[in-house]
Write a protein of this length. Sequence first.
Length: 185
Amino acid sequence: MHHDQEQDLLDQLVTDHHSMVVHFSELGGIPAGDPQRKEIVDLVTDRLVRHTRVEEKHLYPVARDRLADGPAVVERELADHQAVEALLVELRPTHVTSPQFDRLVARLVEEVTRHANDEEARLFPAVRAVTTEDERRLLGARARETRANDSGRPRHQPPAARPADDLPPPERPLGERIRDFLTPG
């Protein structure tokens, strides 16, 4: 694994996923109602929000433009993000001793884990196949800026506009090799 300063976009996102898993397993060891659960959830919220912003701004535009079924894939991913953000918005004011808190946390863990596994199995390898290492490093550098400048607060509304993809077009046509990559069946 590269040092964080050189991590390309996909490596960064995988690192994020792994740190989520670590935080989720920490939660498993802390009894219900313990204020430490709220602290971890607040930390996870901040990281998750920055992570989803990075994906929306730097990963999804490339996926949308370059993968054969890009628009459909990105719609699914954005729907996942909206579900996660809705849970985060609901969790923020919920007291750690409320039974609702643990129910929401359980749903959050399930949703985020499923989304991360799905991305790592399907989306990330597909994007790796249609981008160059230089592009991914450039996106990684931009992602670090986005992460540093984001508030880490969940939104109530999803982003209306599609972010622009300001990457150069790929050097060569992709031909058939990606066409079936993400198509189930």
